[in-house]
Design a protein around this ligand. Structure first.
Ligand SMILES: [Zn+2]
Ligand SMILES: [Zn+2]
Length: 553
């Protein structure tokens, strides 16, 4: 009886982001992606969110390698953190490795990390794992679906994919190979991208954006054009560049990741922009604006990005005027809508014309919609199915699609972060769970924890009151103070009367403690907090954080 194969989901099942799973066989563990998630507005001061790596730390000596399906941050961005404590080689397409490399290098971990490139269609043994890398189309070039040929049959992971039949580079999703695997030896388990499982129909081809771009460039031949998109979306950059060159414009990149990725993709022969069409951003000032196209980062409205600075009138290289057309060639990722709107508004305020996905078809999704998801289910015809990559509602919709496509109801598993499933002779089932909470990263501090976040939310919503009072250690009588320092509750210079009343309540609190004969600091702090808290709540309907500082002499 062949050994079971285990799959552990560490992230990405229940949220968009921090995709991370491991597959285990013969006592070894292969990591499939290791991504990060961008924080939402509730996560104050948090830079990014990672998977909980406890399970990997506990099994560090069993980690064989990491396979990256593609180069997006939600799949590769967590590596530079995990690699601080663990060491293993990383496999991926040359472009994927090129995109992941910078971050690992910045973290100073490159010299002890081996990066091993994979070719389209390559079948390769990584430790005990027999893996096959199948080309898929997505919003970054050279992504893979991964087929694991295990003792328990083929486990196929779709990666992030769509079925673009006319991709810009002609490299289509290899459905024929998936079909061949489905016939022989058959696909035991399919794990597939659920991002667009609620969207009916088929995703548009990337080429359609090129046509829209060309039309926009022709329609605005008398104005400067600035276009923002994801720096890793090499095909989008290509199409913007093509439209610019066709119209006799030169191109300047703006934003560090745009410059780096354009250089990387040109070096690898994945992006064709003639040398003479590229100029440095410093040169555009001296050029006729009608002859210039700027390709910029910041399509998600990220506050310090090139585009956000333009919208705020603070970009060093580009001053927006009414002679500018700004094309935002992207969709706001959930959580970024507010920032994107602010940028669009700022650009309008400066007089620019702004073209975004709500106005013209300047963006298509990189993820399969229902028609494509059903096509994959039909071609792969798996025995078992687990939807991955999505919020819970996406996973649920995808599960329904699978049943509709003929996968046995009982063979569709709705797994979430932390679930461990096992593939055995008897089938696929849940067997265990592992820690899979959010790991919040704040600058270089590392994990800030939920307690810190709770305090930050309280501080941001209610403010803080610091009370300083000096008491006699024996009698509990106040010798100095109370002094009140407050931020975010009331504006102190305009609230003298209120603060005077507050002081009285603090004095009462201290006196109460003294009457009880309790002159220890902790008891006095508690009384101050209660007495002042009740007053503040009654008078201002607020619950600021109260920090009593009681000193005894
Ligand atoms: Zn992706
Ligand atoms: Zn993704």
């Amino acid at each position: 009886m062949p050994d079971p194969v285990r799959i552990t989901f560490l992230g990405g099942l229940g949220e968009i982001g921090r995709n991370c799973a491991c597959i285990e066989q013969d006592g070894r563990l292969l990591l499939l992606d290791c991504g990060l998630m961008f924080p939402d507005a509730e996560m104050l001061g948090v830079d990014l969110v990672l998977p909980d790596f406890t399970y990997l730390h506990d099994n560090a000596d069993r980690v064989e390698a990491c396979v990256l399906t593609h180069g997006h941050e939600d799949h590769a961005g967590g590596l530079s953190y995990l690699l601080r404590d663990l060491s293993f080689p990383i496999f991926g397409s040359a472009l994927t490795l090129g995109l992941a490399r910078n971050r690992i290098e910045e973290a100073g971990l490159l010299d002890r990390t081996e990066l091993i490139p994979l070719a389209d269609g390559e079948r390769r043994r990584i430790g005990p794992f027999d893996c096959e890398f199948i080309p898929v189309t997505h919003s970054v070039p050279h992504g893979f679906a991964t087929a694991f040929h295990t003792p328990q049959g083929v486990v196929l992971h779709s990666g992030d994919f769509k079925l673009d039949l006319t991709p810009v580079d002609g490299r289509v999703t290899d459905l024929a190979r998936i079909g061949a695997l489905a016939r022989d030896p058959g696909i035991r388990l399919l794990l597939s991208d659920s991002t667009n499982a609620e969207e009916p129909g088929f995703a548009g081809t990337e080429r359609s954006v090129g046509r829209v771009m060309r039309d926009l460039f022709r329609a605005h031949e008398n104005r400067r054009i600035i276009s923002a998109c994801f720096a890793s979306h090499i095909h989008r950059v290509q199409q913007i560049a093509d439209a610019a060159v066709e119209n006799g414009r030169v191109i300047a990149t703006l934003g560090r990741s745009m410059a780096t990725n354009v250089a990387l993709a040109r070096e690898m022969g994945l992006l064709a922009i003639p040398d003479e069409a590229l100029v440095d951003i410093e040169e555009i000032r001296d050029l006729d604006p009608r002859m210039v196209c700027v390709i910029s980062t910041g399509s998600q409205g990220e506050p310090m990005s090139a585009l956000a600075l333009m919208a705020a009138g603070e970009n060093k290289w580009v001053r927006i005027t009414e002679d500018d057309v700004v094309i935002i060639s992207a969709h706001a990722i959930p959580g970024n809508e507010y920032d994107v709107n602010k940028v669009i508004d700022g650009l309008h305020r400066l007089g620019a014309e702004v073209v975004h996905a709500g106005i013209a078809d300047v963006h298509v999704t990189g993820h399969a919609m229902q028609g494509e998801l059903k096509t994959l289910l039909s071609v792969a015809s798996p025995d078992y199915f687990i939807p991955v990559h999505g919020e819970f509602r996406h996973l649920r919709h995808h599960a329904r699609l699978a049943i509709e496509m003929g996968v046995d109801d009982a063979n569709v598993l709705l797994a979430e972060d932390g679930d461990v499933v096992e593939v055995t002779d008897d089938g696929v089932d849940f067997v265990d769970s592992v820690p899979a909470g959010y790991l919040y990263v704040d600058g270089i501090v590392g994990d800030v924890g939920t307690g810190v976040l709770r305090d930050r939310r309280l501080l941001s919503a209610e403010g803080v009151i610091v009370v300083v009072v000096t008491v006699d250690a024996h009698s509990g009588a106040i010798l100095q103070g109370p002094e009140i320092i407050t931020r975010g509750w009331v504006y102190a210079p305009e609230a003298e009367d209120l603060l005077e009343e507050a002081r009285k309540h603090i004095v009462e609190g201290v006196a109460e403690a003294a009457v009880e004969g309790a002159t220890d600091i902790e008891t006095m702090k508690r009384h101050v907090r209660q007495s002042l808290g009740a007053f503040v709540k009654e008078r201002t309907q607020r619950r600021p954080l109260i920090l009593p500082v009681v000193m005894e002499v």
